[in-house]
Design a binder for this molecule. Structure first.
Ligand SMILES: Nc1ncnc2c1ncn2[C@@H]1O[C@H](COP(=O)(O)OP(=O)(O)OP(=O)(O)O)[C@@H](O)[C@H]1O
Ligand SMILES: [Mg+2]
Length: 381
């Protein structure tokens, strides 16, 4: 759902001392690489007799650490952020973690970078240091050597445009499939609600009216009773239909927009809710609806699970992104699980390319941060 954004900013020329320090670090990276490569090869070879597994996990971690030091250096010297496109590793066992690393293209980019560093790093670092010390023009030449070296090696660590595109396409395909799933589930819910609610009441109403018609002559008293019952059925059916419509697009959103909708949610919540919502203009109706239901679920969770007395809603729109946070200072421990309300929020927002971050350490507080791209239109008058 989330993509690491690759940012580049024009690099400033590093000072001579910074260059000298960078040259030293590059040489050290080259040396470290020379030690790491044989370890990596031995670990791969020993995988067949199991002992290589923990060794491989360790050497891959060291390799990642070394590649990270290169990223930090490139950021300092070139002013360029080299992203870390590693796959997320959860709390799985050693084998799972290793499998994730070994199937991660970023690991092989790290290995390619390691080979380049071994071939060039020590030599480039040493030459840059010697130039700086002995040649009169070294102060000018060294930074150029270092910058060129870092530019080349960083490009190996960076994902290609095709890979970025492929990942994006994968994310969009997942999000589309989830949207289709959510919509079919929603349609099934509406069908069921209509079938069990309004439709059943209208059937009863029609039968009662039929009976009342037949009884009109023979038993006017009975027919009056049936008519009264029919009126009641009609009003219950109407209430059901209203409830259903409210579940599709709450009228408060149509009347008062998202700001009013969130205020209404806060008022109706089972705990005290502080609302800090600033927004000029209105998001598209489907976004308003998704955010409204997401906040409603987060508040319901706070009331149901957190034991907190107060919660808060915070909303801002900035640079084409809508950010909404719902928090409570309760017991914490919120975890999204398949089919649960929090997972539902993720699916709802994924349809709009939005993200949800749940921060809920044991002991609290719980903060559900939602963010989605959206443009605002001017407020309807
Ligand atoms: N604000 C919160 N404070 C503490 N625990 C929370 C909070 N929100 C959620 N949780 C925990 O996280 C779990 C998952 O929440 P989620 O909303 O996905 O499911 P649910 O509320 O149990 O069920 P549903 O939303 O489907 O009715 C909850 O069962 C609860 O244990
Ligand atoms: Mg819930």
């Amino acid at each position: 759902m989330t993509t690491a954004r690759e940012s580049r900013s024009p690099g400033r020329s590093p000072s001579a001392t910074t260059s000298l320090r960078a040259a030293f670090l590059i040489a050290i990276q080259g040396l470290a690489g020379i030690v790491l490569l044989p370890l990596l090869i031995v670990s791969f070879a020993l995988v067949v007799i199991w002992v290589g597994l923990p060794m491989l996990a360790l050497t891959l971690s060291l390799l990642r650490g070394l590649a990270m030091s290169q990223r930090r250096l490139a950021r300092r010297i070139l002013g360029v952020k080299v992203p870390m496109p590693y796959r997320k590793i959860g709390g799985e066992g050693l084998l799972d973690r290793l499998q994730i690393r070994l199937t991660d293209p970023a690991t092989y980019r790290d290995i390619a970078w390691l080979l380049l560093t071994i071939c060039l790093g020590f030599a480039v670092g040493l030459v840059a240091m010697i130039f700086y010390i002995v040649l009169p023009l070294g102060v000018l030449a060294s930074p150029v050597i270092i910058r060129t070296y870092l530019t080349v090696t960083s490009s190996v660590l960076r994902r290609s445009d095709t890979e970025v595109m492929e990942q994006r396409i994968g994310e969009l395909a997942t999000s589309r499939a989830e949207t289709v799933d959510t919509q079919s589930a929603e349609i099934r819910r509406i069908e069921r609600d209509l079938h069990d609610g309004a439709q059943a009441r209208l059937v009863a109403l029609s039968m009662n009216l039929g009976l009342a018609e037949q009884m009109m002559e023979k038993d006017p008293q009975m027919s009056r009773e049936l008519l009264a019952e029919s009126r009641q059925s009609a009003s219950v059916a109407l209430t059901d239909l209203r409830g259903l419509v409210r579940g599709i697009h709450p009228p408060v959103l149509a009347d008062r927009g998202l700001v009013g909708g969130l205020q209404a949610l806060a008022l109706a919540a089972a705990l005290e809710v502080d609302v800090d919502v600033v927004m000029v203009g209105r998001p598209p109706a489907p976004v308003e609806s998704a955010v409204y239901f997401a906040v409603a679920e987060a508040l319901t969770n706070a009331a149901k699970h957190s034991t907190a007395r107060t919660a808060w809603i915070w909303l801002r729109h900035n640079a084409g992104r809508l950010s909404v946070t719902v928090g409570d200072s309760g017991v914490g421990g919120a975890v999204a699980s398949p089919g649960g309300g929090l997972h539902g929020i993720e699916r709802r927002l994924a349809a709009f390319d939005g993200t949800v971050t749940v921060a809920s350490p044991i002991g609290g507080p719980t903060i559900i941060a939602m963010e989605l791209p959206c443009e605002l239109s001017s407020e309807k008058i």
